[in-house]
Design a protein. Structure first.
Length: 293
């Protein structure tokens, strides 16, 4: 009974701490949005100093590598506190796995059971990171699949005389039902093009968030067009054609690997049963004859 009460108390404490952390993060996000809106009304672009101080304090508390930050961006987590929440989520999952194993083992203090609990905790933390990597690959594949169509729409918009900001906004709105991930990236780029002083920086942010070769080529073409005044439509049409050709080649490569991947299931599910059906009667007769002797 005492163990059950301690377990319930610990879970309530853990849930309360998690809720407090989430509420604190939401409050900071709301304050940041309010501060940004006030600065936009004044015609400013940079964030306010208190927000920068809060971000610096948060970064000083939790250190996350640039690779993890880029991975979170590609997975679709754009919040300033995404890296911190990622670390907290890993810790919570690891602690939950450890406590779950200890509860299953009756909270025994045996060294082997404790070692297994640590192993489960490490596996849980690694599982969170692998889930983020899986989500990043899924989002990137969806964006890459919709990129040629988006580039074709951008060519039409550029040839019709729209500005670069209007092009990203229009294509983002048109692609919202077909590819929400790409639509979100295009609309974010539109907002950055309107707010930031440097257009190349907004385009570089797009390439950083996606990490897709076709979009990187598009960013290079748009940056050169912005710098040297070269025509955009022709370059983007060529990039769209190359992107679609790249997808066809990738699909042909997957199709070419199917026979090799099917060999093992065929051997296990077809060849082995056939061999068993052919050899089994002979073996049964042999065993019967040996038994009669």
């Amino acid at each position: 009974m005492m163990t059950l009460s301690l377990w319930v108390s610990f879970m309530l404490l853990l849930a309360g701490g998690t809720l407090a952390l989430l509420c604190s993060v939401k409050a900071r996000q709301r304050d940041g949005v309010v501060a940004r809106l006030q600065l936009v009304e004044r015609g400013a672009i940079a964030f306010s100093k208190p927000q920068n101080n809060n971000n610096n304090q948060l970064k000083s508390k939790i250190r996350v590598s640039d690779d993890i930050k880029a991975l979170l961006l590609r997975a679709g987590f754009y919040s300033d506190h995404a890296a911190s929440l990622f670390v907290v989520a890993k810790l919570l999952v690891a602690i939950s796995c450890f406590i779950g194993w200890m509860a299953y083992s009756g909270f025994s203090l045996d060294k082997i059971i404790l070692a297994k609990g640590v192993v489960f905790a490490v596996i849980g933390g690694i599982g969170v990171e692998h889930w983020v990597k899986f989500r990043a690959r899924l989002v990137s594949s969806r964006i890459a699949g919709a990129t040629p169509d988006a580039l074709d729409l951008m060519v039409v918009c550029v040839e019709s005389g729209l500005t670069l900001e209007a092009v990203f906004g229009r294509v983002g709105q048109e692609m919202v039902n077909f590819s929400p991930e790409l639509s979100r990236e295009w609309l974010i780029t539109e907002a950055e093009l309107r707010l930031l002083d440097s257009r190349p920086q907004a385009l570089k942010n797009l390439a950083l968030r996606t990490g897709i070769i076709e979009i990187e080529n598009m960013v290079i073409a748009l940056s050169q067009a912005e710098k040297y005044g070269s025509p955009i439509a022709k370059s983007m049409r060529l990039i769209a054609s190359d992107s679609r050709q790249h997808q066809y080649l990738a699909l042909e490569e997957k199709v070419g690997k199917i026979p090799a991947k099917m060999s093992m299931p065929l051997v296990v599910l077809v060849m082995i049963p056939v061999v068993v059906l052919i050899v089994a009667p002979t073996i049964i007769e042999l065993m019967t004859s040996i038994g009669e002797l």
